[in-house]
Ligand binder design. Structure first.
Ligand code: NDP
Length: 399
């Protein structure tokens, strides 16, 4: 029996709220708070059989958060607002004695920089207060990190090569749209590529490394090495890794739009003056693009995200591939959402459940791979994201 506060009422927040509501034995009281209360109310209205409280909060403001936490007294906050709010929410958690979970690492608004240093710096403070902070509990980061921990625990003596492969073979029918918050998404995919090899980071030009990879039930899709935040914690937590990379599929149409957006300066996060008002081009662009939740109805196709791992077991080379495929239509049938919001929201709910049922409780700040993967892997299928595995298959990673 626990009280949980969800912050953020976008595509992911909607999935988290509905999935938490479906498990009243764990989530006995739920509040959904966000910048725009009407969005929280619209989500609460989808949940017919439970009473979800809603509230307005500016999560950039620690005093506002503290007042809300003191009023609702949650045991855990699930942060599915934007990465900009991670630190203010963590500060409010420390001030009020509340545990914390998120799905994306902190980013300063004025700098597209992806690293855990800011949040890892809270380790001692959370420890001293006896509070748990669970970082990166969506799909990637999140399930991919848990897959890696599970593989290391059950299939290998040492893992050496990790390739996280993220394919969205879906069609939402729009010329250009992003599957999660457009501002955060575009900041992420236009940066330089980076991967870990032989104890150091190797930088590439954006989308420089490309390979057509085969995805189960989908077939070959052009996949590109990009930097993704879980690489940082995984190479730290699995020091036997000789190489760790992250691959994401992009369609030609998407990449063409992205190139144009960059070329005309609309991906810039430098403020400019427009008719006497300061605006950030990327934030303006975000307002013109479809919202992630608007893609849900009629979205066809599926995602396939997994980990392809090579290492040593009992002195012999072994390969292991673990993945989930999620059909956008199935996500829609379950909670009126599209697959990317769904594959993020379900693990966030389950991570919260892991904490509230005492399986992932340890004071301090931890990335998900630092917890026992087994109880999570046992349950994730029944909540909508079943996984499959292949042992000693061809991982087809050419580079
Ligand atoms: P959306 O843009 O759909 O939703 C974000 C929500 O946060 C909106 O409701 C927004 O309010 C709210 N919000 C923004 N700023 C504030 C603020 N200052 N105070 C209170 N609320 C605020 O994004 P998504 O749902 O697609 O993504 C949510 C999070 O999930 C992001 O951090 C994203 O990076 C992460 N994510 C993680 C993935 C993973 O696999 N790990 C994959 C996909 C997403 P308003 O409605 O008023 O704009």
């Amino acid at each position: 029996m626990s009280r949980v506060l969800i912050i953020g009422a976008g595509g992911v927040g909607s999935v988290v709220a509905q999935k938490c509501a479906a498990s009243p034995e764990v989530f006995s009281e739920i509040m959904l708070a966000s910048r725009t209360k009407s969005k929280c109310d619209a989500i609460a209205a989808l949940i017919k059989d439970r009473n979800i409280q809603t509230a307005q909060v500016d999560a950039d403001s620690v005093p506002e958060l503290v007042a809300l936490f003191n009023e609702f007294k949650p045991e855990l906050v699930i942060n599915v607002a934007l990465p900009y709010q991670d630190l203010t929410i963590m500060d409010a958690c420390l001030e009020t004695g509340v545990n914390y979970l998120d799905t994306a690492n902190y980013e300063p608004k004025d700098e597209a920089k992806f690293e855990y240093s800011w949040q890892w710096a809270y380790q001692d403070k959370f420890k001293e207060k006896g509070l748990t902070a669970i970082l990166g509990c969506g799909f990637d980061p999140g399930v991919t990190s848990i897959y890696t921990a599970y593989a290391a625990k059950h299939h290998f003596d040492e893992i050496h090569y990790l390739d996280i492969v993220d394919c969205n073979a879906g069609d939402h029918g729009k010329a250009f749209a992003t599957n999660f918050n457009p501002e955060i998404n575009i900041r992420e995919v236009i940066q330089k590529g980076r991967y870990w090899e032989n104890g150091q980071w190797v930088e590439t030009e954006p989308h420089e490394i490309k390979q057509a990879l085969n995805y189960p039930n989908i077939g070959p899709k052009n996949s590109y090495v990009i930097y993704h935040e879980e690489l940082e914690s995984l190479v730290k937590n699995f020091p036997t890794l000789k190489r760790a990379r992250f691959w994401m599929t992009f369609g030609d149409e998407y990449l063409t739009h992205l190139r144009v957006i960059q070329n005309i300066g609309m991906a810039s996060i430098e403020p400019i003056m427009y008719k006497g008002v300061e605006i950030v081009p990327l934030q303006f662009l975000k307002e013109t693009l479809p919202k992630p939740e608007e893609l849900a109805d009629g979205y066809t196709g599926e995602t396939s995200i997994g980990c392809r791992i090579k290492g040593i077991k009992d002195g012999k080379e072994k390969t292991y591939y673990v993945w989930n495929n999620c059909k956008h239509q199935d996500a829609f049938d379950d909670v009126s959402s599209q697959g990317v919001s769904y594959t993020t929201g379900v693990p966030a709910m389950l991570g919260a459940m892991m904490f509230l049922t005492g399986k992932w409780k340890k004071p301090g700040v931890y990335n998900v791979e630092e917890f026992n993967p087994d109880p999570f892997m046992e349950l994730i299928g029944q909540y909508g994201l079943p996984w499959q595995e292949e042992i000693n298959g061809d991982l087809e990673m050419k580079y």
